[in-house]
Every structure is written in structure tokens, then in C-alpha cells.
Design a protein around this ligand. Structure first.
Ligand code: CP
Length: 305
């Protein structure tokens, strides 16, 4: 592939190939000299129209660990603020001959559109509620390192499914690798058509968590709700916030995940986020490794390689 725009369209063997490559990148990242040179002389531009802590910094580190020259485009200080469009911004950057463009945008499909307008490789770092492919890959890597497999595990994805690109990419990837996927949410936070996406749907944490191997919590994305959030945050925490009592419904050796950013006391209790079953910090470490794997895989298809 020239781009990574989503998990949709990837074959299971391609997903597994990226996870295997990422395992090697974990080792590189843990060495004192954390460098490979597959992107030496290449230019990577990170273009984030939405805020990010984990994704942007890990793409920057991943590019640097592979030897690329990495530029972070400061969108808030750019001419986007003067009305320049996404396509004109991309065409402007494209004229500077980058090899890789890593893009996050608030509109679903924006990254696909942009990929058709530029001559470099494009990586989707999250497009609205559509896809966040590297998040799903890092989640799969984290799960596989602890459970030894993905197939036949029961994974419960809980919370704001309606607005979540993380949920969408994870449902596609986990199904491709043979997991049993569940979603748990109040009906107001379930997207239409969720039944056709390959996930069993629950509105009760008690029922949905029974027998779960992995409990993946999501943030309430109030910035995508236009003020119309039902139930209230207090009710939400009571019925859907992951605390010790609700986690006890899952398997005894269940592991807890969250893509971040977390809202402690809204979707997850601090004692669980920091507890023995939590993989949240490890997900961040795997984020760098997965992004190295993706950039390295795309490097093989860059011109003159
Ligand atoms: N998980 C995730 O995408 O986090 P950021 O928004 O901080 O990049």
C-alpha cells in the first residue's frame, strides 16, 4: 500500500505483519541508541487539525527513530486560520516534497480526500468519527503481548461508541483477527447500524462485561455532541463508569484499556486506571512501536527505495 487510511481494506495477514514488525520496533525503542535508518533523508510532516498528545508525539518519535526529518505543522498558527482550505494547505505542503504526511482532521473522510490530492504517502492519524487505524493496531499489539493471541478473546468496548473512531477501527481489526467483539453503551451513544458492524450490543455493563477478557473504555466525546448529551455525566459514571464493582463482572484476569485522553471519574475510576489490571501506560509505549512499523512498511513503497 502507498497509504494507511484505515483498518478497513487491510487483510488479516497484513495486520499481523504490521504487529510482528512492531514487536521488533519495541526492542529498538528500548535500546539506548533507539535508531534505525530506513527513513534517512526522508521528510515526514505531521499535520494535525485536531488536538493530540499521544498520536502526534509518538508519530514524531517514530519518524525520528527511523531517521526521518520530521516537521510538526502548527495548524493553530498556520494560514488555515486565515481561511486556507484543507486541500490548498495539503497542496502547499506537497509542493515542498515531503515523503510522508501524517494527518488528523475533524471530518470523516478528509484524509482519504487529501490522499488523492498529494503525491506522497498519507497516514490517517484520526478522521472525525471514522477511523484511527494506528490506535487499533497499538491496541491489538498490547492485547497480543499479554494474552498471546487475539482470536477467540472476548473484547468489550464501552462508552461513547457513537462518536468513536477508536471503536470503529477496533471493531474492524478485532473481527478480522477472530475476536468476539461487544459494545456496551447507553442507547443514546450507540450509532445507527452498529448491529451490522460485527459487534454484539449491550446497554448493561453487568451483562456486557460477563466473560470479557479485555475491557476497553472510551472517553465521552462531548466536543462531538453539540451539547446534547443524555444521560448526565453523574448518571453516566454511575451506570457506565468502570469501577471495581463493575470490573468484577468481567473475567478475573481481564485487562483494562483506554486510548486516552482519560477523564477520571467520568468513564473510569482512578483506582482502575492506575490498578494492576490496567494496560493504559503500555498502550502508549506500543503506540510508538506501531507507528514505527507503519512508517517502515510505507517506506518500502516510497519512490526510489
Ligand atoms: N489516543 C489518542 O489518539 O490520543 P491523542 O488524541 O492524545 O492523540
Amino acid at each position: 500500500h502507498r497509504h494507511l487510511l484505515g483498518i478497513e481494506g487491510l487483510h488479516p495477514h497484513e495486520i499481523l505483519g504490521l504487529l510482528d514488525r512492531a514487536e521488533e520496533a519495541v526492542e529498538v525503542s528500548r535500546q539506548i541508541h533507539k535508531r534505525k535508518h530506513v527513513l534517512a533523508g526522508r521528510t515526514q510532516i505531521n499535520l494535525f487539525f485536531e488536538n493530540s498528545t499521544r498520536t502526534q508525539s509518538s508519530f514524531e518519535l517514530a519518524g525520528k527513530r527511523l531517521g526521518a526529518d520530521v516537521m510538526n505543522m502548527a495548524v493553530s498558527q498556520s494560514s488555515v486560520k486565515k481561511g486556507e482550505t484543507l486541500i490548498d494547505t495539503a497542496a502547499t505542503l506537497n509542493a515542498m516534497h515531503p515523503d510522508l504526511l501524517v494527518v488528523r482532521h475533524h471530518a470523516a473522510g478528509a484524509v482519504h480526500l487529501l490522499a488523492r490530492k498529494v503525491s506522497c504517502s498519507v497516514v490517517n492519524a484520526g478522521d472525525g468519527p471514522h477511523e484511527h487505524p494506528t490506535q487499533a493496531l497499538l491496541d491489538a499489539l498490547t492485547i497480543r503481548r499479554h494474552k498471546g493471541k487475539i482470536a477467540r478473546l472476548t473484547v468489550a468496548i464501552c462508552g461513547d461508541i457513537a462518536h468513536s473512531r477508536v471503536a470503529r477501527s477496533n471493531i474492524i481489526l478485532l473481527n478480522a483477527l477472530g475476536a468476539r467483539v461487544r459494545v456496551i453503551a447507553p442507547s443514546t451513544l450507540l450509532p445507527s447500524g452498529i448491529g451490522q458492524m460485527g459487534a454484539e450490543v449491550f446497554t448493561s455493563m453487568k451483562e456486557g462485561l460477563a466473560g470479557a477478557d479485555i475491557v476497553m473504555m472510551l472517553r465521552l466525546q462531548r466536543e462531538r455532541m453539540n451539547g446534547a448529551f443524555v444521560p448526565s455525566v453523574r448518571e453516566y459514571y454511575r451506570y457506565y463508569g468502570l469501577d471495581a464493582e463493575k470490573l468484577a463482572y468481567a473475567n478475573e484476569d481481564a485487562l483494562v484499556m483506554h486510548p486516552g485522553p482519560m477523564n477520571r471519574g467520568v468513564e473510569i475510576d482512578a483506582s482502575i486506571a492506575d490498578g494492576a489490571q490496567s494496560l493504559i501506560r503500555e498502550q502508549v509505549e506500543m503506540g510508538v512501536a506501531v507507528r514505527m512499523a507503519v512508517l517502515e512498511a510505507l517506506a518500502a513503497n516510497l519512490p526510489n527505495n
